[in-house]
Ligand binder design. Structure first.
Ligand SMILES: Nc1nc2c(ncn2[C@@H]2O[C@H](COP(=O)(O)OP(=O)(O)O)[C@@H](O)[C@H]2O)c(=O)[nH]1
Ligand SMILES: Nc1ncnc2c1ncn2[C@@H]1O[C@H](COP(=O)(O)OP(=O)(O)O)[C@@H](O)[C@H]1O
Length: 390
């Protein structure tokens, strides 16, 4: 493996004056101008794209929550994304990506028929893969998940879905579901706020990006209880997850459980049973589910679920080294896979270093959620930085 030569070229031209900052970044035939305007109340990002071939300006639709606007530095990571480092905030909040041509952006561009860019916040460390649990209504998904959350309250968190169905007697808004109006939910879906959604048993259900990310931000493993269509959408998304399908021991037993639960009308039970047949058929779709669990005896099934989850150790704990870092950084230079940040405040990080190398080689996720997998190590000088990339 040859040594990567660091690039000290300037990708970014910054025009600054008080109350206004702009970075111009060339990507192929386009120039992305990332501007920040301050008014008295707040400042915000504005993004414009110059098509250099036609010399026309395009104002794209900007998706995702934008960085807290202060002052920033920017550099092109690759043809898909631009790295933005916010100045004046701690490292935990400072790394952002403006996605300009990732698969998510391409898909959104197609849907909207116009230019799209999307923000995604960078997060240090690798999160544990979320767990998607699917299975027919009444099979016991909720029961299994409740047992898991009760036994491991600090390890697992539940992705609270949105739904247009009415709450059941003991269901609490914001805990079991976010009970939503159809038009508001449809609008939020069209604005890219949902990881997936599906029409199930005559209602709209969906997982917002925030539902998953907020659990992961707490350092917990996220559990999603979603139908097979939703599982398929998550499989196709940038979210890497473990997919489990829960089967009943028999169709008769499923019907019995649904009736015994006593939460649906006869008509709703019939609809759920019809859909159950289709879901059971789809559980064998190649490449969709990683594991099938039969929920016959509840305790035995729960033990099997726990085994599956502890066997899945293809994750690493979050990198906590810089979790509480308060030093503030700006971009100094970059190589193919690393970006070097310079401490602005002179404040030192681990080992007395004033420079930080951010490794971008194993990023996961991205818009519409967070970009995870950022790794950092401190370097004392540019020379040491070069050693660090060997
Ligand atoms: N696609 C998708 N399905 C969901 C979501 N939330 C719940 N579901 C599924 O919708 C179906 C109906 O859920 P619910 O009304 O709670 O009834 P239950 O499964 O009989 O308890 C189940 O298969 C759930 O897994 C979601 O956010 N997205
Ligand atoms: N292994 C099991 N044996 C018998 N009853 C079960 C079992 N698992 C769950 N149940 C019961 O079946 C009903 C449906 O379970 P629930 O968790 O609500 O299913 P789902 O969330 O998949 O719709 C509940 O009344 C629950 O107590």
């Amino acid at each position: 493996m040859g040594e990567e030569a660091p690039e000290f070229r300037v990708d970014t031209i910054t025009f600054g004056s008080k109350g206004c900052q702009q970075n111009a970044i060339d990507v192929g035939d386009k120039t992305y101008v990332i501007g920040r305007t301050d008014d008295d109340a707040k400042s915000s990002f504005g993004i414009k794209i110059l098509d250099k071939l036609t010399q026309t300006w395009i104002v794209p639709t900007v998706l995702g929550a934008q960085p807290p606007s202060k002052s920033h530095s920017a550099i092109l990571v690759n043809d898909e994304k631009i790295l933005i480092v916010e100045k004046g905030v701690s490292l935990n909040d400072s790394i952002w990506f403006l996605e300009i041509d990732t698969p998510f952006v391409k898909q959104q561009r197609k849907i909207k028929g116009s230019e799209v860019v999307s923000w995604s916040k960078g997060v240090l460390g690798v999160a544990q893969k979320p767990v998607v649990i699917s299975g027919p209504s009444g099979v016991g998904k909720g029961t299994l998940i409740a047992k898991l959350m009760k036994e491991y309250p600090s390890k697992f968190g539940f992705s609270v879905s949105h739904t247009t169905r009415s709450p059941r007697v003991k269901e609490i808004d914001g805990v079991h579901y976010h009970f939503a109006g159809r038009s508001k939910m449809e609008q939020d879906i069209s604005e890219g706020e949902f990881l997936e959604f599906a029409h199930v048993h005559g209602n709209l259900y969906g997982t917002s990006i925030e539902a998953v990310e907020s659990v992961t931000d707490e350092g917990k493993r996220c559990i999603l209880d979603i139908d097979v269509q939703g599982a398929r959408s998550v499989r196709a998304s940038s979210l890497e997850a473990v997919f489990i399908f829960v089967c009943p021991p028999s169709f008769e037993e499923l019907e019995q459980r649904l009736r015994a639960r006593g939460t649906e009308t006869e008509e709703q039970i019939q609809k759920r049973l019809r859909n159950a047949r289709a879901e059971l058929d789809q559980s064998n779709s190649p490449g969709l589910f990683d594991h099938l669990l039969v929920n016959d005896d509840l305790e035995a099934c729960y033990e099997n679920l726990k085994k599956l989850l502890s066997l899945d150790d293809d994750h690493k704990d979050s990198d906590g080294c810089y979790g509480k870092a308060t030093a503030c950084y700006s971009i100094l230079s970059k190589t193919e896979s690393k970006v070097f940040l310079q401490s602005e405040t002179g404040e030192v990080v681990k080992g007395g270093a004033s420079m930080l190398a951010v490794d971008l080689s194993s990023l996961t996720g991205g818009a519409p959620g967070r970009t995870r997998g950022l790794k950092t190590h401190s370097v004392n000088s540019i020379d040491n930085g070069l050693k660090g990339i060997r």
